[in-house]
Design a protein around this ligand. Sequence first.
Ligand SMILES: C[S@@+](CC[C@H](N)C(=O)[O-])C[C@H]1O[C@@H](n2cnc3c(N)ncnc32)[C@H](O)[C@@H]1O
Length: 349
Amino acid sequence: MTKKIFGLDIVKHSKIKLQCIQRYLSAYSNIITYSKWYKVYYFIDGFAGTGYCKSKGAPNIVNGSATIALNIKPPFTKYFFIELDQEKAQELECLKTEYPNLSIKIFQGDCNVKINDVLQEIESNAPFIALLDPQAGDLYWDTIVKIAQKNKAELFINFPFGMAINRYMPLEDGKNVDAETELKLNKIFGSEAWKPIYGERKKGTISSAMARDKYLDIYLQGLKALGFKYYAVKNLKNSKKAHIYYLIFATRNRRGLEKMKDHLVEGEPDRNTLFFNQDISSAVYNDFSGCKNVSLDDVLEKMLAGKHLLKIQDFKNALIALEKDKKLSRINPRPRSRSFNESDRFNII
Ligand SMILES: C[S@@+](CC[C@H](N)C(=O)[O-])C[C@H]1O[C@@H](n2cnc3c(N)ncnc32)[C@H](O)[C@@H]1O
């Protein structure tokens, strides 16, 4: 079969997304294999594309999420790819010949339906990552609920707010969400919780950035309610610095979050502000002031999950700054050590 590339032209933010996927899948596979705890682990790509993308303005073809996953070493036990478009699904079939030693199963159809078949093939205690990367409002909340029923699931979701969902909610006078779109939005958010935010935005009582943040919070609160207590968010922007979509990573496992934070924050220009460390120190101080016998673990447990771009080293630096300001005293000081590790205990004054 001649290979045609149906994938979208890839632009800078897509490259960042693919880089995050590559780094996380690689870390995940290594952690799982190294732990020797699990015999099998899986990868689901719910909106798989063709496995390849075309680089915008350049003739070269780059790996999409499916082939990125297939190149991860050590490989996953089995790969499940779902794709609605028939021609793209046929292209995915070619991957079975390109990667003859890997176990690949392709489902052509709607991810929100086919996910049932995929989940049936996954043992209830087997770890897996589900990548859900729609380009519009094609991912329904109910699909996330189904995935969450497996307790070793990790999620990597593209929440395409700026590039799609926002456009379903007109702000012009005289225009409203029609009945069909209303149903779609209910399916996307899993409830009508978006309505009051849309109402406020229409009245002009909140800014677009505030509304966006609130819509994101519906999603994050929903994930937490499903047991995904640890999450990280990256706000992907275009060349004009306008928001396009959120990458949301969610897990029930803090180690997973730690790894993901490291990868999501890399290369973030917003991190390099002069007051960065000072801000975290104040935040840690506000949350823990007066607390005795605290550990780095306590701080991470409470503060690492979130929409911020902070990683473990940032919290360690914040503790160093608090100690320097005499707002932190160690219970078990280690000679000549300024840093904080997992066994250190301290009081926040
Ligand atoms: C953003 S692209 C995915 C790109 C892919 N993750 C990659 O990195 O190469 C979204 C894909 O989802 C497909 N799609 C759209 N609606 C779908 C649905 N309901 N179920 C499954 N696939 C769908 C589109 O045909 C498109 O190929």
